[in-house]
Design a protein around this ligand. Structure first.
Ligand code: ZN
Length: 224
């Protein structure tokens, strides 16, 4: 059995650039919360301020639909279950992933209710400015193909599933197709090269009412 962590490690920054979603503003609050007790050698707690879309995160339908389920309302059977990797690592920056590409790369391995993780290897650029630029993206047909195949979750090892260059309604059309059909989305995954093929995934965000998305530790367990 192999346990694979598909999540990025976040590095707290003490000087926060509010324009970026990749920063964690973290401070120690020990002295504010408790009265110092000289008999205690070490006792620490933190106060953090983060975007709901920081690092590896899951998006609920509420992110894109006013009446959609929020993070706390997602049933557990949507967050734990069979997951399959689709290897699209031959795709270059800014290249489209079509329904045909998904069909070819998935072979006959996709089953209904699968979670699908798209490997593009864009995650190798994590930590650079270039990461947030153009990345491989889904065509509308590809998103519809995933919906037709009844996948529960679509994750990617890049910053988005939409086309970075698109404008107007097209800019978030993949959000519209997936969230509109109850498919959950994970962005900024990593280590998909270590996930061979198929396993059981665990995606458990902290339950906060009324929140649209939340950072998550995505774990997959693969049998040997
Ligand atoms: Zn997001």
């Amino acid at each position: 059995m192999r346990i694979i962590d598909l999540s990025h490690c976040l590095k707290p920054l003490f000087i926060n650039d509010k324009s970026k979603l990749s920063d964690v503003d973290m401070r120690s609050v020990f002295c504010y919360l408790f009265k110092p007790d000289p008999s205690v050698k070490w006792h620490i707690a933190h106060l953090i301020s983060i975007s709901s879309h920081i690092g590896t995160h899951i998006e609920s339908p509420y992110h894109w639909m006013k009446d959609g389920a929020d993070i706390a309302s997602i049933p557990l059977d949507s967050l734990i279950g069979p997951a399959v990797k689709i290897d699209l690592s031959y795709k270059r920056k800014g290249e489209m992933i079509s329904a045909e590409d998904l069909k070819k790369a998935s072979g006959n391995r996709l089953r209904s209710n699968d979670m699908v993780f798209l490997q593009t290897n864009h995650s190798k650029l994590w930590g650079t400015e270039e990461y947030w630029d153009e990345s491989p993206y889904l065509s509308v047909d590809a998103a519809k193909w995933l919906v037709k195949n009844k996948v529960k979750v679509v994750g990617i090892d890049g910053p988005r599933l939409d086309c970075y260059r698109a404008r107007g309604r097209e800019r978030y059309i993949i959000h519209e197709v997936l969230h509109g059909n109850g498919v959950l989305v994970i962005e900024n995954m990593t280590n998909l090269d270590k996930f061979r093929d198929r396993g059981t995934a665990f995606i458990l965000p902290v339950k906060i009412h009324g929140i649209d998305a939340f950072p998550v530790r995505v774990i997959v367990i693969e049998e040997d």
